[in-house]
Design a protein around this ligand. Structure first.
Ligand code: PGA
Length: 252
């Protein structure tokens, strides 16, 4: 049985004080949640936010990590530096792939490094609109999975989460239909069954891309989906709270 996971990706938003109050308000919304809930603040707010909330109620994630260990990597933040404050790390978000030119190979290295430092990797995969129009959505996602996860074996798959995030749905207000999200989650699950064998049933598959309090319930009726990766809607604790409450089995 997979416990659902809802992650709020704050991206490059919030100042110090509003980050702390947003985290506290989000923790309040998460207290009785059926889902596990996590937030990914910008790097400088990770420590004050982690100190302001109960991490058993609200998990803390990073939006990225370096593929390298310590050393001359100006501007990078290593997985070892994040380890004391974070439970998980988002890797391969489409904004990292497109704005920062991250390759499949680099993303694979980041997954390996995160696992070596006790951070649960949340690997983002997803196709561009042109890929989908050309009928290549599934093959693009399979290529991304092959590249990022080829070095993983056995129990390493146990702490992995995969987020299906069609690029055309991110920040556009146009979420994938439940039919499309379901079809792509099936593609990902089939790949995991093939490559992660007995660990595959435990790996959570999230949907991300214009999730809102209006579409969350419908998306969560897709049986292969185990939660959501939420961007802009996670910047309002009340809205994010309604998204968390869309997870079936909510106790209050
Ligand atoms: P969005 O972002 O919810 O604002 O579309 C999702 C994401 O980038 O993870």
């Amino acid at each position: 049985m997979r416990r659902p996971l809802v992650i709020g990706n704050w991206k490059m938003n919030t100042g110090r004080d509003d980050a702390i109050s947003l985290a506290r308000d989000t923790a309040r919304e998460s207290r009785d949640a059926a889902a596990e809930v996590a937030i990914c603040p910008p790097f400088p707010w990770i420590v004050p936010v982690a100190e302001a909330v109960d991490r058993k109620v609200l998990r803390i994630g990073a939006q990225d990590c370096s593929a390298n260990g310590d050393g001359a990597f100006t501007g990078d933040v290593s997985a070892a530096m994040l380890d004391p404050w974070c439970d998980l790390v988002v890797i391969g978000h489409s904004e990292r792939r497109s704005v920062h030119g991250e390759t499949d190979e680099l993303i694979g290295n980041k997954v390996t490094v995160a696992l070596a430092h006790n951070l649960d990797p949340v690997l983002c995969v997803g196709e561009h609109a042109e890929d989908r129009a050309a009928g290549n959505a599934a093959s693009i996602v399979i290529r991304q999975l092959n590249a990022a996860l080829s070095d993983l074996s056995g129990s390493q798959f146990g702490s992995l989460t995969v987020a299906y995030e069609p690029v055309w749905a991110i920040g556009t207000g146009e979420a994938a239909t439940t039919a499309d999200a379901s079809a792509m989650a099936e593609v990902i699950r089939a790949w995991l069954r093939d490559r992660a064998s007995e660990h595959a049933p435990a790996i959570r598959i999230l949907y991300g891309g214009s999730v809102s309090d209006r579409n969350a319930s419908e998306l969560m009726r897709v049986s292969e989906l185990d939660g959501m990766l939420v961007g802009s809607a996670s910047l309002d604790a009340a809205v994010f709270g309604r998204i968390i409450a869309a997870i079936p089995g909510q106790t209050c």
